[in-house]
Design a protein around this ligand. Sequence first.
Ligand SMILES: Cc1cc2nc3c(=O)[nH]c(=O)nc-3n(C[C@H](O)[C@H](O)[C@H](O)COP(=O)(O)OP(=O)(O)OC[C@H]3O[C@@H](n4cnc5c(N)ncnc54)[C@H](O)[C@@H]3O)c2cc1C
Ligand code: FES
Ligand code: FES
Length: 1262
Amino acid sequence: MDANSIVFFVNGSKVEVSSTELETWATLLSYLRGKLRLTGSKNACGQGNCGACSVLLSEFDHKSQTIRHVTVNSCITPLFYVHGCAVTTVEGIGTSRDGLHPVQKSLVQMHGIQCGFCTPGMVVSLCCLLRNNPTPTKADVERAIEGNLCRCTGYRPILESMSPFAGCPMGAKCCKNKSNKLDTNDTEPEARPIDPTQDSIFPPQLMKWHLKDTLSISYGHTTWIVPCKLEQLRTVWTEHPTAQFVAGATAVGATTNHDGGPIIFISCHRVEELQAISVNDKKLEFGAAVTFTKMEDHIRKLEIEGAKPVVSAFLACIQSLASDQLRNVATIGGHLACRMDGLDMIPLLFALNATVHLMDHTGKRRDLTVEEYLSNEQTGKELILNIQVPLDNKVKFVGFYKTPRKRPVGSAGTTTALVLDTGGHFIAYLEGLSPKIIKLDVFSYLPETERTIQSLSLDKFDRILRKRLSEEKAETRDDLVNLSAGILQKFQAVVNETTPEAESPHSELPIHCRSDIIFDEVPDSQPQTDPVWRPLPQTTAEDLVSGQAMFIDDMPSYQNELHLCLVLGKRARAKLVHVDWSAVKACPGVVDWIDHTSLNGRNMWGIMAADEEIFASKEVVYWGQPIGAVVAESREQATHAAEKVRIDYEEMQPVLTIEDAVKLESFIEGAVVIERGDGTEGFLRSNQVVEGTIGTGAQEHLYLETNGAIGVPKREQHEIEMFVTHQAPTFIQKSIASCLGIPFNRVIVRHKRTGGAFGGKESQPVKICVPVALAAQRTGRPVRGILTREQDMAITGKRHPYQFQYKIGFSKDGVLQALEVKVYSNAGCSRDVSLEVLDCTLNFIEGCYAIPNVKIEGRLCKTNTVSNTSFRGFGIPQAYVAMETIIDHVAHVLKIGSKQIQEINFAKSGFVPFTKLPIQDETIVEAWNQCQRQANYLQKEADVIAFNEKHSYKKRGIAMMAIRFQMGYPVSLLNQSTALVHVYLDGSVSLSHGGCEIGQGLNMKIQQIASRALSVPLSKIHIAENSTNTVANATATVGSCTTDLVGAAVLNACGEITNRLQPFKEKKPNASWEELIIDAYLNRISLSVMAQGRPGDGGVYYYTYGAGCSTVEIDCLTGEHKVLSTDIVMDVGRSLNPGIDVGQIEGAFMQGYGMMAVEEWTLNDRGEVESKNPSRYRVPDVGNLPRDFNVTLLSDSPNKQAIVYSSKGIGEPPLLLATTVHKALRAAILSARKDRSLSAYVQLDTPVTPAKIRQACTIGCI
Ligand SMILES: Cc1cc2nc3c(=O)[nH]c(=O)nc-3n(C[C@H](O)[C@H](O)[C@H](O)COP(=O)(O)OP(=O)(O)OC[C@H]3O[C@@H](n4cnc5c(N)ncnc54)[C@H](O)[C@@H]3O)c2cc1C
Ligand code: FES
Ligand code: FES
């Protein structure tokens, strides 16, 4: 008998879902969040790429009588998939009310939480690991969270949070397991087994339930059928011969068929016969529905001698596939049947000559090679039963290389599978160079005399490859061809053992990492109740770690709430000839549609100049620009209807790059020039002058919480209450008021927290919150508008790409004499804060150096790309890349170490840089010296030299640098903030301020400040939210100085409260705080104070300094790199909260590292963003963490110019230290070039991708 409802358990409770409910809740995530109101699991990408929606799926295996626990990404899990399973969400793991799980407690204690948006997903992944393996090694922990992105923490504290549970990486060979334990100085933390009774119990009903019946369930036009046996599958297939198969559903997802005819899916994931794995010494056979995880578990244990090369290649391939969450559900059959470009296992199956066993709907079976299967469209109608891989003992070596190692499907890079047989045949299958896989039989390209692969040069491989590609008429990026040639040579080198390097024939796995964190303890004399300078966890950490803390989209729906979806333009530059809304009006659930004609106020907005349209009226000026929006009863209806708008364009040639803009003189405003000394004179005095260029790419913020807003119209006086993800309350309020045509005082903008911002939520939220406010105003109903990740990435600005053209003059011993730089910034389509960002860039090009003669000229290029905006560092990271490139260039020309050039040019105390505030102290020197000691620089440098002498295909590089960052805005008017302090009659304190909690720990620091200022325990102080009706006219939370600004206001407000209580304290010196409050109240003394903080009358008020050192290793042939070590010493004065500050340092460094070497943002020729989601735009994951990552807060260096308790601002400065990686990569590349007698300097634009490294090692400048 068929089952017609989906039955599963969530956190121990049984759930039954019928067809009627499925229409709205097709995915597990939408059901959990929408129906069950379990909002701990977050939707950060909706495409399986980030792990924020991870849940634990548990199933009883009747054969082995065991429970299998895996993590899945619930956003791409169709609800039918969990039929018969137990689902555990973060809420089922632990709550602050019922008690946190030890993993959650540890994350809280170790500061593994910043904005907290990724945290529930992390908790689930870590708890799943512990359920399967109570004493995991560090490598296990890294692997468990490689599919969970965190944009804030930098991962180190998350890894550390598992150390109480971690076992030794040696496993059973651990010395602890030997009776004669030798090493008492074991660095591994004491393994503390997890108590399994803390985990929720697997529902006994599910243990008894043996799924035998076919599940069949329909919603709308869609039907899901889930058979359990092949025979059942055949029966339903006969009934529905056109049905589509599905297995892990990772490629198919929970398709909702709004339009066309009915779609029937038959899922193979439960079919017993398709789950089989069989192995003998002739072949490996995997059932089509075998998941990658099961495949890996099985083959890892294989002990067939002849299978070794095949097995190790499969393991390398599987481990390079996305994440555990994907591998746990994606199947080998689904992978093959996807027929998508960019899939990694296909080249390997080609190389291994795998065959596919197929069955048609009549039951007829046949075998085809993988190549035959993929080249025949007809096979798409057949069922894959299994895939067989011959264990041919003629195969001598198998190689698998994927570059970058975690390259998302469809992004730039290559996947190559290679085999060498005993007859000397060397065959490669290359993916990524052309739409189809290219087969290259190297052997057949060689003349008879050269048919040994021992002698082929890189050039030869390159030529052969290009010849083969031209036969295929494949147009390919030059750097990718070069990269592939390198991989071919790498394989040759490995099999012939021609390198001294210990090589694997596959992409290398990261080694696990270690770290040391050092900061000052508070003095013994400091009272225990005084929280300042202590590394205390955020007071909201328990709510964040348990998923109870609410972000905008977690807020419960209003009863009559509507949903808004933006309509985005699909041209980079075009006239809007006609916008036809007629099809939208006919869509179910649509209530309203809005465009530029709907606004009562202005259609223009902008943070510094109103020069961008809310809705494009006549022309679109970038791909993705909002043209209007649809408002409907449900999110799905709004999304569906928004796709129905028909837009006729008259396309124009877009200006996309800095080069285009310069050629066409497409600029915003005039040139900005800053100067010091006399350049002509300086160059004349120089012994040498060199010129060069360096470019930096765009960077996506990728905060985990996308932009969103809820607008609640009030019935009176045009009032509207707005809940918005943002970091600039006043600007949001002003933009809504001006576009709606109402005064500021009718708009209340409320904000509890934001799931990461990094500057990206300063101006950009306007693009969603104004349409939401407008829709709420027009309909008189609450409206919710949450951007999908793709919409967010399409319409929000990025870090500005730059190009620097420099000329530097210097003496023969490296003293810099004169500098001239032309700076071009890609502002995008409008001004936003680009001019201010450019100002910062210009002011910081000189870095930490004193150059007597300088002229810098900057231009803002206007292009048909999204308007670029504020991003952590605000133009200064680009400036440091430029200056350190110049330093390296000088060092290269003079053949002097880069560090020596740095040291002789450091600006000394008293020097007045372009930022005007003279350098006041020498902590930069202390940080520099301490960093050298901490990094053991001299030894490491010697090791690098020795390594490079021995190795030709692998090279190492080491680099140091120091940084100076300004605190306080150069424009004094921004240096202000307000705080409102209420003391209630029970002595509890409520604090409101103008700053936004965006994950940087602002509220915690403010609570610590208030606690000391009022001399009350931290627990008495609460910060509920910020809102424009409690604190008005707040400066945006940017520039790393919000703690200073708000802190100054809080100190003033608390000081005033203390003053008011003083008379009562004098009367009753021993009275408690609570008694004093009552006394004051009885005497009609107000216990509410609003105060302003206004430090920095003259603009910038102090500098934050730091120093860093990184060592990297590159593979010259595959272009891959590893950061072997990073040491950072930061001067944060006396840290208000070392736990938070270390987190800021690590997180900023990792984000900077992403900019330098990982994150590649690309547009196509028409101006459409190619990096449209995290699957096309890779940000650092846990595997990118420096393998040895040490952070020290400079000891005993209280800030003499401090605004708050000797501290310094910290959010942005450490990001600049990621330039050490850029420098170290260059050093390694230069070493490789030296071996090849290439003397030219390398430009090395960021991001430094594998293709660039590969190319730079052997070819001219890039
Ligand atoms: C977030 C994410 C990250 C990814 N990262 C990578 C990566 O790094 N490298 C990489 O190579 N790939 C990657 N992929 C792609 C992934 O490998 C495929 O989505 C997956 O292998 C498909 O398997 P599935 O079981 O989920 O297929 P499904 O989605 O269930 O089905 C895919 C196709 O196969 C058909 N099909 C399924 N089973 C059968 C069968 N037995 N017989 C006939 N047809 C069948 C379906 O009809 C459908 O057309 C990623 C995908 C996602 C979502
Ligand atoms: S939201 Fe599901 S993986 Fe990102
Ligand atoms: S704490 Fe991980 S994304 Fe913010």
